[in-house]
Ligand binder design. Sequence first.
Ligand code: SIN
Ligand code: FE
Length: 316
Amino acid sequence: MAATHGATLETATASHLVDMEAFFCGPRSDDDAGLAACRWLEEGKILYFAQSPFPLPPGDVEVLLRQRQSDHRWHKNIAYRPLQDRLTGFDAKHSDAARMHEIMRSFSRRLLDYTATLLPAYARVWRLDYASFRPLEEQGRQLRLQARNDLVHVDSFPKRPTHGDRILRIFTNINPHAERHWITSDPLDVLAQQMGREFAQHLAPPAGPALWRRWAARAGLPLRPYSAYDETMRGIHRRMKESALFQQSCRKNHSHFPPGSAWLVFTDAVPHAVVSGQYALEQTVIVPRAAMLLPERSPAAVLERLATPPQQRRAA
Ligand code: SIN
Ligand code: FE
């Protein structure tokens, strides 16, 4: 695992990943740690724990591991909605259904409690999104292009617009035998700077409402409010996956997350792909853009800069 050891601010920024256990061994106050963690996340780093700080009881892991890949009772993933206390993507008649619900509820609560102590500045204002269980082997998974997770992409949810607020995801690998292998690339603000005009032309051309949205609006279907930000982010997600050039030429940092580890990352800004791995759990929270310590690095600021002509930028 390529990690930042004895992490001070300077050494940690040299790596794509911050070893939080090493950081916690050093001298620091809780306030400093919380702020440093937010900053690292906003700079596009992965916060990594070799041992998850919110481990599951062994009995819960056993139940999760026996949900076999050959069993097609779920959709892409099994999801848990903490706000409605609802489990989806799992057959309600399955003998494990009640237990699965209980396991996902308690996983989500313990993870959120821990993350709230790590990142209090975000926890004061974040909105809870879904948790998910990913029981299928990712290597060689047959999915349509836009659903593939083995292609490098930024996250943008087709049905849950964020209007510029941030997608923070917290993962844990509960597979007792195998790593989860990720590739990540430079965050959007760095990519935009490196690629210059190419970024706008190739990955983020100005976006109007998607075709399906125009049809749905014409048909009078009720829709969540349209947001230019979300349409553009969907476009970047799609173009990254469709572009063989981007997939080939983007910088690739490899992370090999071992059994029992956990990691946090802003997946709306950090392009990522899962190469292999089976049995991961994840919780998403939406952090308001206003809570960012480095607001100029967030995807919304990157898109605003693209939309501002250079002469106006110089005058600002
Ligand atoms: C993703 O692309 O968001 C999924 C990553 C994973 O399941 O490890
Ligand atoms: Fe993703």
